[in-house]
Design a protein around this ligand. Structure first.
Ligand code: DPP
Ligand code: ZN
Length: 875
């Protein structure tokens, strides 16, 4: 297939003002009639033929202005409908197609999840329903009529507001008509039919309009939708208060389905969700699940303005809606929970997924300029780095100008399909700043490396800070330019006092805001009137998505951990100390591997943990194996990193044993479970303590974990206990897994956790265990959540087994990917992306991976999705 390039963008040759869709739902033969009001686009090519996109379609018939067309009038293939000659005056084209939802295993277009009918049209699924100009810059008003057997689908939903419904055929069949008055691109179309339970509520908007809210779930699961409903109402209020955005339809519907490729989808007025991000109860969902639901409900709701009212001109602009909407949902979660802890976990996520992507063969700019398969660009770079760029922009121009820029964006581009340039122009205007250099963040891939050096002159009382930046080459971009990096900083005296910033080398604006704008290869800033050697706190709040080196000296890190008033950098100090201790072990550096400084600092933190348990839990969580691999950067041997990390865990567990046991006992849940952030923080701290106790003393850990497993009143504590038992091994583990299964069999979202935990046991026998679990009656290649629970967990969260030197982990992934590909290419391609960092491995493993990638590429009938990932991974 040919590459699609941003540089080739041109407007569509036709406009589709309105779309009338008529669906007759049937499990295998759904009839779709589409009536399109078309006219030539003045911005398009005069006299151009009409070429509509399709994918796997069966055409039944075509009519133009009411006249049936014959095969001489058009050319139809499963993926294209071409009319060489169409009128210059506006005309109506009626297209009838037939689709088979039951055979649709790709979960794109119209498909079945359980007994329900549902759709997923982003990015290019609408063309699997009918022939269309399936591109985001073609905006139309949709009216949708759905009819079905009442017994098959008593609930019939589509976008917009309900207009009419009624019985037909004496009441065995029925229909519903929905109309969405807001012009939208086809990727936001949605339809649901099925027999579903519902939870209802209402929301009064800021202007006093009443909106009916409904969440549709599998019958019997209604009580588990309460938290999602609560999160929805809070999201609606927050967007009014923080961004002045009011909801615009009479109804807002959410449907939860169990077979879904993504997390959820923001279809106008009818969000369709992976049920993982809707359903929760204390007995079945962890605190992490609750936080995920809150974040994703908010994310999809916020898309109503950033994505739907203002959409993307083309798929290269995907970050325009995704980066911005992630930024908005992160801000929402920060307001609902602890801002500091939200920031820490967002940066953890960025470093876990986006930094490795940006450093490997799949690296691409936040706004790519070429793609083979757009489905492969729903990436951590587009989403998470896209959000970081917006945060950095806000840091640079300040909150007030940022808000004014957002207002301008909503005002100016409402109803339009916009570009990144359109977006930035609003902030340039609001702030009076030239943002053309800042825009480089969107087109240049790779994580900038900022290196610092410091010099204190006691006689002159000056402190000189040198900041340099460099971005490593990425595929297709060997030359890099300096970007605009806002570096938030503070200087502390040795006793922890914050010092005033005075310098002739920084602007007044920079000094007032505690922000150095590193917009060139190097800046040297000499601060004056510094009475003694200071401790610098740099990149506070993680003010830009960069790597910062070197970490401060250990004594300085200990001071920052104790005194910094930026909680992010206090957490960062603990991480840096832990990294230093782990790599000292990796390098066999005896003296430096003494972790007493770290354990002393953590002991102090534990003593004060009552004040902010969630923060303490984050500070006690060691860098993950992926963090270590990324820091190592090349010649990675996962076994060595794992051993060094285990050794530090054990040392911390032994050194802090008593303090940890006290914490574990003191923070036990007092009574009824509440999902709020404060309660979740207490559980998080308690469970990190359990993990470290077990690392230091297996017997003690096992006893505590068994007791916790027995008595836990909620899934968070039960699963944490099970995880500890899983890593300790032995009969206690197998017994706990068996009982967990017996208790939750049939509860898919809980059984996913059971699969995942087993896949992440860091023992040699795990690979075989995963293979056996693939033959378990509850395993299915057709359910993406289940595949991710077992296979993605193995490939992404069990590095020693996945990267086993006998190649067994890679073989397992290869087999699954090839088996899955004909069924669900989006999922197979996503799974293969687990190899995004393979070039940083040591030579033997690199060779093993390369062989497997070549083997995959040599297979016949690979999907475009999988071929794209395999090709780029090898490239
Ligand atoms: N459903 C995906 C999201 O909300 C794609 N739009 O990010
Ligand atoms: Zn999104």
């Amino acid at each position: 297939t040919a590459a699609i390039r941003l540089a080739d963008y041109r407007p569509a040759d036709f406009v589709i003002d309105s779309v009338e869709l008529d669906f007759s739902l049937n499990p295998t033969k759904t009839k779709v009639v589409a009536r399109l009001a078309l006219r030539r686009n003045p911005a398009g090519e005069a006299g151009a033929p009409l070429v509509l996109d399709g994918d796997d379609l069966t055409l039944i018939g075509v009519r133009l202005d009411g006249r049936a067309l014959g095969p001489q009038d058009y050319a139809a293939t499963p993926d294209k409908l071409t009319l060489a000659a169409v009128p210059d005056a506006p005309f109506v084209l009626e297209i009838e197609t037939q689709v088979d939802p039951s055979a649709n295993t790709q979960l794109s277009g119209l498909y079945r999840s359980g007994s329900a009918y549902c759709t997923q049209c982003e990015a290019e699924g609408f063309r699997r329903i009918t022939y269309f100009l399936d591109r985001p810059d073609v905006l139309s008003v949709y009216t949708t009529r759905i009819e079905a057997e009442k017994s098959d689908a008593p609930i019939l939903l589509s976008n917009g507001n309900p207009v009419e419904s009624g019985d037909i055929d004496g009441g065995t069949r029925h229909y519903a008509i929905w109309r969405d008055p807001f012009p939208k691109p086809s990727y936001l179309f949605a339809l649901v039919g099925g027999d579903l339970g519902v939870v209802r509520d209402a929301f009064k908007t800021m202007s006093g309009r009443l909106v009916d809210l409904a969440i549709y779930v599998e019958h019997g699961k209604e009580p588990r939708a309460g938290y999602a409903m609560d999160a929805l109402k809070r999201s609606m209020r927050w967007d009014e208060e923080k961004f002045g955005r009011e909801y615009d339809l009479d109804v807002f519907n959410i449907v939860a389905v169990s077979d879904f490729n993504m997390g959820a989808m923001e279809n106008k007025g009818l969000n369709i969700f992976n049920d993982k991000y809707v359903l929760a109860s204390p007995e079945t969902a962890t605190d992490g699940d609750y936080a995920g639901i809150e974040g994703v409900i908010a994310h999809e709701y916020f898309h109503n303005w950033t994505g739907n009212r203002i959409t993307c001109r083309d798929w290269f602009q995907l970050c325009l809606k995704e980066g911005l909407t992630v930024f908005r949902d992160q801000e929402f979660s920060a307001d609902m929970r602890s801002r500091a802890v939200e920031r820490i976990s967002d940066v953890r996520g960025l470093r876990l997924a986006q930094f490795p992507e940006d450093a490997g063969p799949l690296a691409h700019p936040v706004r790519p300029d070429v793609y083979q398969e757009i489905n492969n660009f729903y990436t951590a770079t587009v989403y998470e780095k896209g959000a970081e760029i917006i945060r950095a922009l806000r840091t640079l121009i300040g909150e007030d100008d940022f808000r004014r820029g957002m207002d301008l964006y909503f005002e100016r581009f409402d109803g339009a399909a916009a570009t990144v340039e359109d977006f930035l122009s609003c902030f340039a205007e609001a702030s009076g700043r030239d943002l053309s250099h800042f825009a480089l963040w969107y087109s240049q891939a790779g994580t900038p490396l900022v290196t610092t050096s410091e010099e204190y002159d006691a006689a002159a009382k000056t402190f000189t800070l040198t900041l340099r930046q460099e971005t490593p080459p990425t595929p297709g971009q060997s030359e890099k330019r300096p970007v605009v990096i806002p570096i938030a900083l503070a200087l502390f005296s040795e006793n922890g006092q914050k010092l005033d910033l005075a310098s002739e080398d920084a602007s007044a604006r920079e000094l007032a805001r505690g922000l150095i704008e590193l917009d060139r290869p190097e800046r040297v800033i000499r601060f004056r009137d510094i009475p003694s050697r200071p401790v610098a706190s740099l990149l506070r709040g993680f003010s830009a998505p960069v790597r910062l080196e070197p970490a401060p000296a250990s004594e300085d890190l200990e001071r920052l951990l104790a005194h910094d008033d930026d909680p992010f950098n206090r957490w960062q100090a603990a991480q840096s100390l832990a990294l230093r201790a782990i790599f000292a072990r990796v390098n066999g550096d005896g003296a430096a591997s003494d972790a007493r400084g770290l354990t002393d600092a953590l002991r102090l933190l534990l003593a004060k943990a009552e004040g902010d348990p969630a923060f303490a839990a984050q500070a006690l969580s060691l860098p993950s194996e992926i963090d270590l691999a990324r820091e190592k950067g090349s010649d990675v041997d996962p076994d060595v990193l794992f051993a060094a990390r285990q050794s530090l865990r054990a040392e911390i567990g032994r050194a802090l044993g008593e303090a940890l046991e006290t914490i574990h006992a003191r923070f036990a849940d007092p009574g009824a479970y509440a999902p709020d952030a404060a309660s979740a923080g207490r559980r998080a701290l308690r469970n990190v303590a359990l993990d470290l106790i077990a690392a230091g003393d297996a017997d003690k850990g096992r006893a505590l974990a068994q007791a916790q497993f027995e008595t836990a009143g909620n899934m968070t504590d039960r699963l944490a206990a099970l995880a500890t038992l899983a890593h300790l091994g032995g009969a206690a583990r197998e017994d706990a897994f068996a009982r967990f299964y017996a208790q939750y069999a049939g509860d898919a979202l809980v059984i996913d956790k059971w699969f995942s935990l087993q896949a992440t046991i860091p023992e040699e026998a795990t690979t075989r265990r995963v293979q056996e679990l693939m033959t378990h009656p509850e395993f299915s290649m057709s359910n993406p959540n289940r595949v991710r629970a077992l296979i993605s967990a193995f490939a992404n969260a069990n590095l020693t087994r996945f990267h086993a030197l006998d190649g067994s982990g890679y073989d397992l992934l290869t087999r699954v990917v090839l088996e899955l590909d004909p069924k669900n290419p989006q999922l197979s391609a996503r799974l293969l992306s687990s190899l995004r960092s393979w070039r940083t491995l040591e030579a033997r493993r690199r060779e093993l991976v390369e062989t497997r990638l070549k083997h995959i590429l040599a297979a016949e009938n690979l999907s475009a999705d999988l071929r794209d990932i395999a090709t780029r991974a090898l490239g």
